[in-house]
Design a protein around this ligand. Structure first.
Ligand code: ADP
Ligand code: MG
Length: 228
């Protein structure tokens, strides 16, 4: 079992405290729900964990597999097994889904497809597209450009299944999804759970319950507490 430990994390923006002294411990196989009102700082906390420089911590330490990672670049955190499905995935003009994923592979030397032929790569990609309910022609679409909200979330799921990270941070992945897509998220969590730890931000109590969570947390007034 691998662990992700947050020790006294703080993030301020100018005068405003986004969160302070956040401490928590996560492990693979576990699913943790992160709840809190709009603007509570949930996305900021996840962004800080993956090392987005716009969300640089003002204090605290992050441990992944007993290594201190709070000063690591986002690329290194990703290569070490941290993954985030974004609340608002960004559009990348001029980069196709297939090229994006093939380029990603270069940075993951232990990935089973790291040195795969184009044929084997596309075989896997078509299987993944089918598994997340996206058509084959998405291989040639520019990343997220013109995708519907649901298609963007399905593509986040595809990346999750493709990379099989140690820890997956899912930021409101269930928001705006139809029932079928929500089931797909739950199914993916169940599929990866033996080797992946999840932190799932959701506003839906029903969805959170169906994730069969290890723990439910609430971020309120900058403080992270176990929810009752
Ligand atoms: P949540 O995900 O819980 O809804 P966020 O983490 O998105 O909350 O936002 C927490 C607070 O930080 C909000 O007051 C928001 O306006 C502010 N904030 C988030 N991102 C930025 C940013 N890039 N620049 C300035 N303020 C931001
Ligand atoms: Mg958010």
């Amino acid at each position: 079992m691998l662990t992700l430990v947050l020790e006294d994390l703080s993030l301020r923006r100018g005068e405003k405290v986004i969160f302070e002294n956040v401490s928590a411990s996560f492990a693979t196989v576990e699913v943790h729900i992160l709840s809190g009102a709009n603007g509570a700082g949930k996305s900021s906390l996840l962004q800080a964990l993956i090392g987005n420089p716009q969300y640089a911590l003002t204090g605290g330490r992050i441990w992944l597999d007993n290594e201190e990672i709070q000063d690591w670049a986002p690329e290194k955190r990703s290569q070490s097994g941290l993954f985030m499905a974004f609340q608002s995935p960004c559009e990348i003009e001029g980069l196709t889904v297939a090229n994006f994923l093939r380029t990603t592979l270069k940075f993951f030397p232990n990935h089973p497809l790291h040195q795969a032929s184009a044929t084997d790569f596309y075989k896997e990609l078509y299987l993944l597209l089918e598994a997340v309910g996206l058509p084959k022609n998405f291989t040639a679409r520019a990343v997220n450009v013109g995708f519907s909200g649901g298609e963007k979330k399905r593509f986040e799921l595809l990346q999750l299944k493709f990379l099989r990270p140690k820890f997956a941070l899912l930021d409101e992945i269930d928001s705006g999804l139809d029932a079928g897509a929500r089931e797909l998220v739950l199914q993916t969590i169940r599929e990866l759970r033996p080797t992946t730890g999840f932190i799932v931000v959701s506003h839906s109590e029903e969805f959170a319950h169906r994730c069969e969570p290890t723990a439910v947390w609430r971020l309120e007034n900058g403080v992270l507490k176990t929810a009752a």
